[in-house]
Write a protein that binds this ligand. Structure first.
Ligand SMILES: [Ca+2]
Ligand SMILES: [Ca+2]
Length: 345
């Protein structure tokens, strides 16, 4: 039986360990399974919109997020360039083809998708940019007229894709949850209300979740789920403001149970939100991961361990740091051993 080495990656990982939500020195080499994407269908599609920046600094920042996500989806997530529609502000310096982020252009892209995607396909929409809330409508800023939360809800509603993920990383994005909520659709926002109006830190970390999958892949199954990307981004946002000693002006939400209410701490088990997101991946033609089999004792134990990890993370602030680190290390080592047992069955 192999022994566990928790020192091999220590030096490499130490630089960011202090900022990580889990003690990464326990990220054992054998845990990393590089998922080999495969394409059975060309219809899975991602729409990435870098909205109107208004100033060169923001225009470039949002275009950069969009480009990074575009590139990592192709490099690591199995998408082809044809499966991604990219929008950016006119004048944004992008070395890849993009469409000007006009509302009519966005509507046309959804119109085209309505004719191509099918029930089993995945459609993901990711927004980077400025958002506003006027008391009635939350809006995503575009060149020319903006698109409201309700507009995006109507555009997505027309798509027959059975797997839908909508991610709005802007300020004042919270109201999108209520408008976009539908059973089985994963909706993620950077803020919990329209009143959280400051430029958000969330998008940078959301992109990082895919650029650094070894950090975001909490259950070490080789893929970053929508839930793991959310958890990674939320935890990084929390730490970002804590380390700056600032009150946190953004509280990300995830909804996937269609009740119109987002959760700040969704979970794969024992929670109203998070169960669909835990089995949803921004991977081309990846079938949803089957739910764990409750009759299998190993999978049952895995579900219990994952729930215990979630519970411990939720109690992190009430525990001494050393106690938290000791407990979560223990849980991750047990999870790693269990994953190996499950893979060896
Ligand atoms: Ca995972
Ligand atoms: Ca909900």
């Amino acid at each position: 039986m192999k022994t566990f080495s928790i020192t091999g990656r220590t030096a490499q990982l130490r630089s960011f360990r202090s900022a990580a939500s889990v003690p990464w020195r326990i990220c054992l080499p054998f845990c990393f399974i590089f998922f080999a994407p495969f394409c059975l269908s060309a219809a899975d599609h991602v729409i990435i919109i870098a909205g109107k920046g208004g100033q060169p600094e923001f225009t470039e920042k949002y275009a950069q997020f969009a480009r990074q996500l575009h590139d990592v989806l192709i490099a690591k997530q199995g998408f082809s360039a044809a499966q991604i529609t990219l929008f950016a502000e006119s004048g944004a310096k992008l070395p890849i083809a993009s469409t000007v982020c006009l509302a009519d252009n966005v509507r046309a892209a959804f119109e085209r998708l309505a004719g191509t995607v099918q029930k089993n396909d995945l459609v993901a929409v990711v927004l980077f940019g400025h958002g506003t809330f006027d008391g009635d409508w939350a809006k995503f800023n575009l060149d020319g007229p903006d698109l409201r939360d309700l507009d995006f809800a109507q555009l997505l509603e027309r798509l027959p894709a059975g797997r839908q993920v909508f991610i709005n990383t802007t300020a004042s994005s919270g109201p999108f949850v209520e408008k976009m909520s539908r059973q089985g659709r994963v909706v993620i926002t950077a803020t919990r209300s329209g009143d959280e109006q400051y430029a958000t830190a969330f998008p940078q970390f959301f992109v990082e979740a895919f650029l650094k999958p070894d950090e975001a892949d909490l259950d070490k199954n080789g893929r970053v789920s929508a839930l793991e990307a959310f958890d990674f981004s939320r935890d990084r946002v929390v730490r970002f403001y804590e380390s700056a000693n600032r009150l946190r002006p953004e509280h990300p939400l995830l909804d996937d149970n269609g009740d119109g209410n987002g959760s700040e701490t969704p979970a794969a088990y024992g929670s109203s939100d998070g169960q669909i997101a835990a089995r949803t991946f921004l991977v081309a033609s990846a079938a949803p991961q089957p739910a764990l089999n409750p009759n299998d004792p190993l999978e049952k134990e895995k579900a219990r361990l994952l729930a215990e990890i979630e519970n411990l993370k939720a109690r992190k602030n009430s525990l001494p740091e050393t106690e938290y680190n000791r407990k979560i290390e223990d849980l991750f080592i047990r999870l790693a051993k269990l994953n190996r047992q499950i893979k060896g069955k």
